[in-house]
Design a protein around this ligand. Structure first.
Ligand code: ADP
Ligand code: ZN
Length: 716
C-alpha cells in the first residue's frame, strides 16, 4: 500500500517524495495502528492523514478546531482533486443534509468537523450510519488542560468514538506536546496502544533572533521598510499594544492590517482574508491570530513582546517559512514584557494550580531570552529533543551579528548616577538627572547637587532611555515591579562599577533584507495573483512561493519539465501549466538564455555551494589572521568575537584540515593552572565529552575554557 501512497503524493500534491517523518507516520496509519504524530508546524501533518484517507475504504473524519479556516482547508484539497467536504455552524441545515446525502452515497472521502458538532446527539446518530475508517484529530493538544489552548469540546471526542458501532482507526496530530500533554492526548482521546512519532522539531529555515534593543518601534519600522514586498506577522502581547503599533505603522505609510479579540467578527474575517490573499503584507496581531493559518509564504514573524511561554512562541514562529524558504523570526525583548505576562496570568481566570503552571512556563521563556548559548538548541531541548551540536549557525547567539562595542564607561556613568540617587526612580527621572534637567522634581530632590548631574548632557533623551532599557534587558540592572516600575542596582551592576565586568553591546543591529529573488519570480507572482483573484482564492492556493522560486531558477518550458517542479501535480499542471510556461518561455527568450532547463541535481549543488560560501567567510577571515601568527586573544579583540564563536571557527578550520602548519597562540584565554586542571580531569573522565569534564573541574572554569584547552591539546 505504501507505493500507492507515494503515487498519490505525486499525482495529487506533485511532491516527489515523503519527508522522513511523514514516511513512518503514514506507514503506521496504513498498518491500521492508532497513531500519535508530533510534528512541528509546517512539518506536513495534513498529508499524513489525507493520503491514507484516500486509500482506505470508507470515510475519514478530521476534527479540526477552527471553523473559520475549515473552508480554506477543504477548498485547498478539493482543488487538488480530492473529494472532501466540511460541516460546521456556518452552513444551513439544508446544506448539511445535502452533504449527508453525499456521505451516504460514498461520494466524500474526507469530512472536516469542528469538535462542538460532536456534542449534538442528533448529529452523532447520523454519523453512526456511515462507514468511518479513520478519525484524524488535528491540534490534538487542545484536549489537555496543560496544553496552551484547551478546548472543552475536545473531551467529547472519546465519547463519540465509543458511541460508534465499529471503532475506526484513530490518529492524532499536534505541533507541540510536552510529555504531560502527550500522556493526556493518549488517555483522554483513548488511543489504543498507539504508535507515537515525535519528529525532529527543528525548522532549519527559521532564523531565530532575540534582540534586546531599547527602541523597538524604530527597529520594526526599518525592518518592514526593508522588507516591504514580503509577508510578515507582528505579534504583540495585548490588544492595546496591537492598536498602538497598528497606528504607528500606519502613520509611517506602511500598509498594515490588525487582528485581535476586540474587533468585530466581520473585521477580523476581512483583515485575515486581506493578509491571506496577499492584499496586505503586514499583520499586527495578538496571539488570537494564526492558528491554522496555512499561508505558506510568511517570510518573517516578529514578536514585539516576549510571548507567555515557549510552546506559544514556537508555534507562532512556526507560521513563518512553511514553504521551506529562509525566514526571519525576531523577538524584541524588553523587561516590561515580563510584567505584562505576569499581569496577564494574575488577572486570568485559571485555577490556582494552573496559574502556578503558567508561571513555570513563563520562567522558561525568560530563561530562553537570557540564554547565551544556541537558541535553537535551547528550544529543542525544551521539547525533549537531544541535539548533538553546540551551535546551529542560524540563531542570533550563533551568528553574533553586528559589531560588539564597549559601552562600559557609559554604563558606569548611568549606574553611579542611580547609586547616588539613593532611592528608586524610574527610567525617565534617571535620564533627567543624567542630562542635567532643571525640572522641579529634580531640584526638589537636590539631584542637581550630585556629581553625576548632567554628565551625559550630550546624549538625547531617547538615546539615554533606550540605553538604560538595553542595560535592563541584559540584566546589568533590574527593573522593580510596581505601579511605577523603578530601576535598581544588582550584583552585576556592582561588578561593572568596580570594572570587574565589561559591558559589550551590539551597536545598532542592522536590518537586513530576507532574500532577493530574480525578476522572473516577481513576474510569476503577478501571474499567480491575477489567477487567484479571478478564481477568488488565496494566491498560495495556486502555487506556493517555493514552487514559483523553483520555477524561476530551473525555468521549465514544457509540461514534462513543469511536472518535475516540486509542488506541481497533475491537476495543477492541467489548470495552470500553460500560463506559467508561457511567461517563463518569454523570459527565457528575452534573456537570450542558451540552456534554459536545469536538472534538479545541478540546481541543488548551486544553492548548497552558495550557502556554504556564506558560512565559510567568517572562519576564513579568522584563518587568515591565524596564518599571520596573530594570538587568539588579539583576533577576538580585533574582530569583536566571543570566545565561543572564535572556537567555532577554529573547529571548522580543524575539520577542513587547515591548521596543520600553524602554531596557535592560546595565551590569554586560560591560565596555566586552568589548563592543567582541565587536562587532569580529561585523563580521569575522558577527553571526548565536555560535560563530564565540567563536572569535575572548579566552577570558575567554563565550557569555553574547557573547549579551548581541548583544542590546544588536539593541535599539539
Ligand atoms: P502542518 O499541518 O504540519 O503545519 P502542512 O500539512 O500544512 O503542515 O504542510 C506544510 C507545507 O509543506 C505545505 O505547503 C505542504 O504542501 C508542504 N509539504 C507537505 N509534505 C510535503 C512533501 N512530502 N514534500 C514537499 N512539500 C510538502
Ligand atoms: Zn544557534
Amino acid at each position: 500500500m505504501f507505493n500507492e501512497a507515494l503515487e498519490s503524493l505525486q499525482k495529487y500534491y506533485g511532491y516527489k517524495e515523503f519527508r522522513a517523518a511523514q514516511k513512518d507516520v503514514i506507514q503506521s496509519i496504513l498498518d491500521k495502528k492508532d497513531t500519535l504524530a508530533i510534528m512541528p508546524t509546517g512539518g506536513g501533518k495534513s498529508i499524513c492523514y489525507q493520503i491514507p484517507a484516500m486509500l482506505f475504504e470508507g470515510l475519514t473524519i478530521v476534527i479540526s478546531p477552527l471553523i473559520s479556516l475549515m473552508k480554506d482547508q477543504v477548498d485547498n484539497i478539493v482543488d487538488l482533486g480530492i473529494n472532501a467536504s466540511y460541516i460546521n455552524s456556518s452552513l444551513s441545515n439544508k446544506e448539511i443534509y445535502k452533504i449527508i446525502d453525499y456521505l451516504r452515497a460514498g461520494n466524500i472521502k474526507i469530512l472536516y468537523l469542528a469538535p462542538e458538532r460532536l456534542e449534538s446527539e442528533e448529529f452523532c446518530q447520523l454519523m453512526k450510519t456511515l462507514d468511518i475508517s479513520q478519525i484524524a484529530i488535528d491540534e490534538a493538544h487542545c484536549v489537555s488542560q496543560w496544553g496552551h489552548d484547551f478546548r472543552t469540546s475536545y473531551r467529547y471526542i472519546s465519547k463519540f468514538i465509543a458511541f460508534l458501532p465499529k471503532r475506526p482507526l484513530i490518529t492524532a496530530f499536534t505541533a507541540t506536546a510536552t510529555e504531560e500533554v502527550r500522556e493526556d492526548i493518549v488517555r483522554l482521546i483513548g488511543l489504543r496502544s498507539p504508535q507515537v512519532f515525535i519528529s525532529g522539531f527543528d525548522r532549519e529555515n527559521l532564523k531565530i533572533n532575540v534582540l534586546k534593543i531599547g527602541d523597538r518601534l524604530s527597529y520594526l519600522i526599518n525592518y518592514i521598510a526593508e522588507n516591504m514586498e514580503q509577508s510578515g506577522i507582528i505579534y504583540a502581547a495585548t490588544r492595546k499594544e496591537v492598536d498602538n503599533i497598528y497606528e504607528k505603522l500606519g502613520a509611517n505609510n506602511i500598509s498594515v492590517s490588525r487582528y485581535h479579540a476586540g474587533l468585530t467578527d466581520e473585521e477580523r474575517r476581512k483583515n485575515q482574508e486581506d493578509f491571506v490573499y496577499d492584499r496586505i503584507n503586514v499583520m499586527v496581531a495578538t496571539n488570537a491570530f494564526g492558528m491554522g493559518i496555512d499561508k505558506s509564504n510568511v517570510r518573517y514573524v516578529i514578536h514585539y513582546n516576549m510571548p507567555k511561554n515557549i510552546e506559544s512562541y514556537y508555534q507562532e514562529i512556526g507560521r513563518a517559512g512553511r514553504d521551506g524558504g529562509d525566514s526571519d523570526c525576531i523577538m524584541l525583548f524588553a523587561p516590561q514584557d515580563i510584567m505584562t505576562q505576569k499581569y496577564l496570568i494574575e488577572v486570568g481566570v485559571l485555577a490556582p494550580d494552573r496559574k502556578i503552571n503558567e508561571y513555570k512556563k513563563l520562567q522558561n521563556m525568560i530563561d530562553f531570552v537570557h540564554h547565551n548559548g544556541c537558541l535553537r538548541k535551547f528550544i529543542l531541548n525544551y521539547f525533549g529533543e537531544q541535539v548533538d551540536y553546540e551551535g546551529c549557525g542560524n540563531c542570533s547567539s550563533c551568528l553574533s551579528e553586528g559589531d560588539l562595542v564597549d559601552k562600559t564607561l557609559d554604563a558606569q556613568k548611568v549606574l553611579s548616577c542611580i547609586y547616588r540617587m539613593k532611592r528608586d526612580f524610574g527610567v525617565n527621572t534617571i535620564v533627567d538627572v543624567l542630562r542635567g534637567s532643571s525640572q522641579k522634581k529634580i531640584l526638589q530632590y537636590r539631584f542637581n547637587e550630585l556629581s553625576t548631574y548632567g554628565i551625559m548632557k550630550d546624549y538625547s533623551k531617547e538615546y539615554l532611555s533606550n540605553f538604560i532599557n538595553t542595560l535592563i534587558s541584559h540584566g546589568y540592572i533590574n527593573l522593580k515591579e510596581g505601579e511605577y516600575p523603578t530601576v535598581v542596582l544588582n550584583t552585576m551592576s556592582m561588578k561593572i562599577l568596580k570594572s570587574e565586568e565589561r559591558v559589550m553591546f551590539k551597536e545598532a543591529v542592522k536590518v537586513k533584507k530576507i532574500s532577493s529573488d530574480n525578476g522572473l519570480f516577481e513576474m510569476l507572482r503577478i501571474l499567480r495573483k491575477e489567477i487567484a483573484s479571478t478564481e477568488g482564492v488565496p494566491p498560495y492556493f495556486i502555487f506556493g512561493d517555493a514552487v514559483l522560486r523553483e520555477m524561476s531558477i530551473r525555468l521549465p518550458v514544457n509540461e514534462t519539465q513543469m511536472m518535475d517542479i516540486s509542488g506541481v501535480g497533475q491537476k495543477k499542471l492541467e489548470k495552470y501549466g500553460e500560463k506559467f510556461i508561457e511567461i517563463i518561455s518569454q523570459y527565457v527568450k528575452e534573456q537570450n538564455r542558451q540552456v534554459a532547463w536545469t536538472s534538479v541535481k545541478e540546481e541543488k549543488t548551486a544553492i548548497d555551494t552558495k550557502k556554504q560560501d556564506e558560512k565559510l567567510k567568517s572562519h576564513m577571515i579568522t584563518f587568515n589572521m591565524l596564518k599571520q601568527n596573530k594570538a587568539l586573544k588579539d583576533i577576538m579583540k580585533e574582530r569583536q568575537l566571543t570566545i565561543s564563536t572564535l572556537i567555532g571557527h577554529i573547529e571548522r578550520c580543524i575539520n577542513e584540515d587547515l591548521l596543520t602548519e600553524i602554531n596557535i597562540d592560546f595565551s590569554g584565554l586560560f591560565t596555566e593552572e586552568e589548563e592543567q586542571e582541565v587536562l587532569h580531569a580529561g585523563e580521569k573522565v575522558g577527553f571526548t565529552r565536555l560535560t563530564p569534564i565540567k563536572k569535575v573541574v572548579s566552577d570558575s572554569i567554563n565550557y569555553e575554557v574547557i573547549k579551548a584547552v581541548l583544542i590546544k591539546k588536539i593541535l599539539n
